[in-house]
Write a protein that binds this ligand. Structure first.
Ligand SMILES: Nc1ncnc2c1ncn2[C@@H]1O[C@H](COP(=O)(O)OP(=O)(O)OP(=O)(O)O)[C@@H](O)[C@H]1O
Length: 714
């Protein structure tokens, strides 16, 4: 079984006892803090190795957007204080608007007040130029031949269709740990399951008697156990847990295509001989080399052997990991397989790619019987009516993000609705178009995949894969900080995402826990590309003052012009925040924080890991030329902090994430803030008047299938 090796090898993560001790210390310290009336948010830098950030939704870091290019550089003695007047607008909660325009004191309007829309097609090194150069080639419609796009120019061929995966049955699966042989427990659970296919199948009593005839393993404590591979021949694939009335699959599959996940649960059978008979359809909007199949076990802790057995076996890191996951209600990843997809997108007719094929999983943990069909799309234009609106899952500066279900394929997506008049009034058209352009071009396992974009006269819509493990912010908020191995895993996946963007000449500019989502397995999916700067080759510099206060790089604050290297600064800030609970120069008072970013020495809690410290010092170098990553992502990847990582394997999502978010199904929104999910999901009706020329700016918006990936995104 794959596992996150580094964690096991170096045991960087803290033990439960350590955590308990630390919690106790923290409790003492916070009593102390209350007594002395200080919290770290007040800028106090505690000597304690760990600071407990009192996060809640209101602590979300807000993005600053300044859409003009020049800023007055910060002169420390005086100008830093100027920021105090904008302080409140920067640090308000998530519902507050972006701060475009609120920085006017510090942002010199290089465009002489011209409306940004007027310049959307101009050239030159300003934000507006990005979309102008790109707009002629960002859209199209039609199926497999060269077509005309909305602006009338020739577009590259587009490919899209629907792929249907049928899973009939599975054989040879095992449980990863022995289970209890307690007859009472087994009888209760076995009788609650669905096992019968026909009248000839054995009944529960017969199963129990078969179990009792098994040669049960005896350990030192003379506890009888049933080995995982033996148990599976008798245990139903789905059972009802004591605390529930629902059927719970003990084993299930996920089929993942382009970050859209279908969960395939057994219909009947035993774990070693399963019947699925399930069909799942996927919207195909880009060419991907394979379909990822994962098999997971969801074992209730009631089935585990006694605590004594668990303790005596916990020296085996594999068993310990499995037991830890079961005891904390996490699913266990058993095996996976990448099913190659040689889809002929040019085909005008449907075809079958696999026909009742037995597919053996990678590490020999059983096999599955599947068929795969592909049907080219016929109806290519989408509207909001093609979706059922299910839940509100988030709010950005420009509108709601909703969980939706596409009516024809039943696939669940995230839909971002943006009101055109609003982004026009905020001069945010260019950033919004840049977001769509980057998403349409980028292809990286750690970046949220774009599925479709479409528009109505009043709104722009972006349909993305629904990433349902919640924001990294949400998890960091709950846990305070992450273990070293967990922070390393997220940093490594993000490094790959940023590297891909840089290779496409894009600066991301807004890395922060609020913009990072976890998928159902716990892998990273970077979202929110609204601040991307396109067409930044090599060491090209730009000047726009934007980002998030806590994450702003010194060269950006100083108005010296900045390049891609700012993203490596933000990676350093993020890694520091994941390991300690707060960004390195955090201060509730924004001007003070800026001053600290520019001047204060970087401090580490006692006992901080040596390699992590060395990497952070290199990433948080105030001189961009001396910052690690100045010569490309490769030099960060080669740092000792990542020495145990196989980057190819990481890229293939080959490491099991250190934490799997509790996700029950593709519909599950439990990892999202109730503040949003309790809202009624409606696409509000607006009747804004937008002139013909304004509407034309959105001419290249629609996306229904993959666009050619160029060397760079422009
Ligand atoms: N693909 C997705 N799957 C699940 N949730 C998502 C997805 N995309 C966005 N969200 C949720 O919606 C929130 C807002 O989305 P996003 O950050 O893209 O909006 P925005 O308007 O660009 O926000 P901001 O004001 O931060 O720039 C995210 O923080 C996230 O919680």
């Amino acid at each position: 079984m794959y596992s996150w090796k580094i964690a096991n090898k170096f045991k960087f993560g803290r033990s439960k006892e350590d955590k308990e001790r630390e919690k106790e210390k923290e409790r003492e310290k916070s009593k102390d803090k209350e007594k002395h009336g200080f919290f770290h948010h007040k800028g106090h830098r505690s000597e304690s190795p760990y600071r407990e950030p009192p996060r809640d939704s209101a602590d979300r870091k807000e993005t600053i957007v300044a859409s003009t290019s020049l800023i007055a550089p910060v002169r420390l003695s005086t100008d830093v204080n100027k920021y105090s007047t904008t302080n409140s607008s920067i640090s308000t909660g998530r519902d507050s608007q972006r701060t475009t325009g609120e920085f006017d004191d510090y942002v010199a309007d290089s465009n002489g007040g011209r409306n940004e829309l007027d310049q959307a097609y101009s050239t030159g090194d300003d934000e507006s130029a990005d979309f102008g150069r790109d707009s002629s080639r960002i859209s199209g419609s039609g199926n497999s031949s060269t077509t005309q796009d909305e602006t009338g120019t020739n577009a590259e061929p587009l490919f899209s269709g629907i792929m249907t995966v049928k899973v009939y049955g599975g054989e040879g699966f095992k449980l990863p740990v022995p289970i209890t042989s307690n007859v009472q427990i087994l009888k209760k659970l076995l009788s609650s399951g669905v096992i019968h296919q026909s009248a000839e199948e054995p009944g529960v009593d017969q199963l129990i008697s078969s179990l009792s005839q098994l040669k049960l393993e005896e350990n030192g404590d003379e506890e009888n156990l049933i080995e995982g591979d033996v148990a599976t021949r008798f245990i139903p694939a789905t059972i009802t847990l004591p605390s529930s009335t629902d059927l719970n699959p003990l084993l299930y599959f996920t089929i993942e295509f382009d970050n859209t996940v279908a969960s395939i649960e057994p219909e009947s059978g035993t774990i070693s001989n399963l019947n699925f008979n399930k069909i799942s359809t996927f919207d195909v909007t880009r060419k991907l080399p394979f379909l990822k199949i994962d098999v997971l076990a969801r074992i209730p802790s009631i089935l585990l052997p006694s605590k004594a057995w668990q303790q005596s076996n916990s020296s085996d890191p594999h068993i310990r990991d499995v037991l830890d996951r079961i005891n904390s209600n996490q699913d266990i990843h058993l095996d996976s397989y990448n099913l190659p997809l040689t889809l002929d997108f040019n085909s005008a007719t449907s075809f079958r790619l696999y026909n009742h094929q037995w597919v053996s999983l990678e590490r020999g943990n059983g096999k599955l019987n599947v068929s795969v069909d592909y049907k080219p799309a016929t109806n290519r234009s989408l509207s909001i009516d093609d979706f059922d609106l299910l839940k509100v899952i988030g709010k950005g500066s420009f509108g709601k993000v909703m969980q939706v279900r596409k009516k024809d394929t039943n696939k669940v997506y995230a839909l971002k609705a943006i009101r055109k008049s609003y982004i026009v009034s905020k001069s945010e058209v260019v950033h919004t178009l840049a977001e769509r352009t980057v998403l349409a071009r980028v292809d990286n396992p750690f970046i949220v995949p774009l599925k479709f974009t479409f528009q109505s006269p009043d709104k722009l819509y972006i349909v993305l894969a629904f990433i349902n493990g919640g924001e990294l912010f949400y998890h960091l908020q709950r846990e305070g900080r992450f273990s070293l191995s967990r922070a390393r895993f997220y940093a490594a996946e993000l490094l790959c995402a940023l590297e891909t963007l840089h290779n496409l000449d894009v600066i991301y500019r807004d890395l922060k826990p609020e913009n990072i989502l976890l998928d159902h397995q716990g892998h990273i999916a970077l979202c929110d590309f609204g601040l991307c700067k396109l067409n930044m080759k090599g060491q090209d510099k730009t000047n726009t003052f934007c980002g998030t206060p806590e994450y702003l790089a010194p060269e950006l604050l100083l108005g010296q012009g900045y390049s891609k290297v700012v993203d490596w600064w933000t990676l350093g800030v993020l890694l520091y925040e994941m390991l300690t609970g707060l960004p390195p120069y955090y201060d509730e008072d924004v001007p003070k924080m800026y001053k600290k970013i520019l001047q204060e020495p970087l401090r580490f809690p006692d006992g901080f890991d040596k390699d992590a410290k060395d990497l952070l010092i290199s990433l948080l170098s105030r001189d961009p030329k001396r910052r690690l990553g100045f010569n490309g992502a490769e030099e960060i990847k080669s740092h000792a902090f990542f020495s145990q990582l196989n980057w190819k394997r990481l890229w293939m999502k080959g490491y099991i994430p250190p934490y799997k978010p509790p996700v029950m199904s593709s519909l599950d929104t439990s990892n999202f803030d109730q503040e949003f999910t309790k809202e009624l999901p409606v696409d509000s009706v607006v009747n804004d008047f937008l002139s013909e020329s304004v509407q034309q700016q959105f001419g290249g918006w629609t996306y229904v299938g993959s666009e050619q990936l160029g060397r760079s995104v422009r």
